[in-house]
Design a protein around this ligand. Structure first.
Ligand code: NAP
Length: 249
């Protein structure tokens, strides 16, 4: 097991996709996992049931990560009911693609607020707990779009690029308190998010991936749990792409 039995982890956006796989993996490695979600209580409960069926521990608690009041309330609940927080995975995220020339402010704001503001709010609240403990790990799920920049999704690319710079700064601020922070930047991973992409565009992207396939949520989860574990004790402020060789960075 990577984690001791008193380890508490919060994974935002764990009702589906990559977040669900990360929650399963962390729970499988011994952590008590808070399955964060926005509105899909049924799917979040399914994540918890899957973890419990494999002998793990999890609870599903909702918070819109873009809303300060909800995030503060979630962390208050974590402190009062679980007493600590060792691992935060900022995974909740959305895409609202469109060409820049036609992009309305609402589409820009929604993506920046969920992906970047959400990461800021959750990290700020987590740090208050972790700094007191003198121990903690943050793993932020960005994207290859945030490393390389992707046409047709400048709002998303900016939000993920922002998360990367944020994490590098967080690694420096957190280090004196024993807190590490790293970024995992996936390419194309088989989830609902990718299913929503235009099929001809998706086919084009697949051609560009040297390994000629999409990644699986579990493959991202293995990297996240390694980075969250003591095995990665000397790794902080770094960006790890996991993309079948898609981009050079
Ligand atoms: P997904 O299947 O669409 O799931 C998104 C998750 O985020 C859901 O659990 C959703 O909760 C939650 N969420 C959305 N808005 C939220 C909000 N305002 N507050 C709290 N939770 C919210 O997405 P995914 O493909 O697993 O992606 C997970 C992360 O990986 C995202 O940050 C995404 O940008 C990143 N990523 C994905 C890919 C890919 O190819 N799939 C590639 C690179 C990066 P509800 O179920 O309650 O709506």
């Amino acid at each position: 097991m990577f984690f001791t039995s008193d380890t508490v982890a919060l994974v935002t956006g764990a009702s589906r996709g990559i977040g669900r796989a990360i929650a399963r993996e962390l729970a499988g490695e011994g952590a008590m996992v808070v399955v964060g979600y926005n509105s899909n209580a049924e799917e979040a409960a399914r994540t918890v049931a899957g973890i419990e069926a494999s002998g793990g521990r999890a609870v599903a608690w909702a918070a819109n990560v873009a809303t300060e009041k909800e995030v503060v309330a979630l962390f208050r609940k974590i402190r009062s009911e679980l007493g600590r927080l060792d691992i935060l995975v900022n995974n909740a995220g959305i895409i609202k693609d469109g060409w820049l020339i036609m992009m309305g402010v609402a589409k820009w704001d929604e993506v920046i607020n969920t992906n970047l503001r959400g990461c800021f709010l959750c990290s700020r609240e987590a740090l208050k707990v972790m700094a007191n403990q003198k121990r903690g790990v943050v793993v932020n799920i960005a994207s290859t779009s945030g490393v390389a920049g992707q046409e047709g999704q400048l709002n998303y690319s900016a939000s993920k690029g922002g998360m990367i710079a944020f994490t590098k700064g967080l690694a420096r601020e957190g280090a004196p308190y024993g807190i590490r922070a790293n970024v995992v930047a996936p390419g194309f991973i088989e989830t609902d998010m990718v299913k929503r992409l235009d099929s001809s565009r998706l086919k084009q992207y697949l051609e560009m991936i040297p390994l000629k396939r999409m990644g699986k949520p579990e493959e991202v989860a293995y990297l996240v749990s390694f980075l969250a574990s003591a095995r990665a004790a000397y790794i902080t402020g770094k960006v790890f792409t996991i993309d079948g060789g898609l981009i050079n960075n």
